[in-house]
Write a protein that binds this ligand. Structure first.
Ligand code: SF4
Length: 244
């Protein structure tokens, strides 16, 4: 009679290690679509389609852009612009926000959603700007990241748009989606996507490139049913969810 082999059940640890190994094998660190010629062709098409792409949050200075960018989390730029119309008349500078009555400010920014947390961030950032930066929005990523409620995305928006400093690439929901569809990054963590993009996009294009991808995401390459038939990058794109 043949002896039954006593095969040990795989431990949870070894299963996890195997799964991680196969996921790694299926997901190369660098996307295949990052060939410099292909990237240059994508940049050229974006320049042609959106030569004047810019930030769609209305603002008169770096401070207003910072506040509007904080308010734009989980909210549309259109809604933020509506709120901003009266907000910056009522609160004209960092001092006015820093010493606002929290319950009143909450009501003033309520339409942008998450208004309690946003009030804390707006007031905290305003106080820090007054106390640590002499009333000016700082000009380095290191310093701007010390402000409450400010992460790399907001830092890149403000430094790039208000000061023209290419500190990185803004990775919002559109840049994330389009970078994956255009195979410029195979990561899904915004921080890693930004690192991927910074390696393949020339630094002098970082600011404009993120505006252009955001515009393309808002006008053509929708999350659901992208309008691929109208896309000038269609011949360069092999996204699985293309609609043509
Ligand atoms: S072809 Fe379609 S999926 Fe690809 S970038 Fe253009 S709109 Fe987006």
């Amino acid at each position: 009679m043949a002896k039954k082999s006593k095969k040990k059940p795989a431990s949870a640890k070894s299963k996890t290690a195997k799964a991680a190994k196969s996921a790694k094998a299926a997901k190369p660190a660098r996307a295949a679509g990052t060939d410099p010629k292909r990237v240059a062709a994508i940049l050229a098409e974006l320049d042609e389609a959106y030569p004047n792409a810019t930030c769609e949050l209305k603002h008169n200075n770096a401070f207003q852009l910072l506040i509007s960018t904080i308010l734009s989390a989980q909210c549309t730029d259109v809604r933020v612009n509506q709120v901003a119309e009266t907000l910056y008349e009522k609160y004209p500078d960092a001092k006015a926000f820093a010493y606002a009555t929290p319950s009143q400010l909450e009501q003033d920014i309520r339409p942008t959603g998450f208004f309690r947390n946003k009030t804390k961030s707006v007031m905290g950032a305003s106080k820090a700007i007054l106390e640590k930066f002499d009333g000016q929005v700082p000009r380095t990523m290191e310093e701007i990241l010390t402000l409450p409620g400010v992460a790399r995305k907001t830092g890149n928006v403000v430094l790039g748009t208000a000061y023209g400093i290419p500190s990185g690439v803004v990775v919002d929901t559109h840049v994330l989606r389009l970078s994956n569809r255009l195979d410029l990054s195979r990561n899904d963590d915004p921080k890693k996507v930004e690192q991927d993009l910074m390696k393949i996009i020339p630094q002098e294009k970082w600011i404009q490139f993120s505006h252009q991808l955001i515009w393309h995401g808002r006008r053509v390459c929708y999350a659901r049913k992208p309008k691929c038939i109208e896309c000038n990058m269609e011949s360069l794109c092999y996204a699985k969810d293309k609609t043509v």
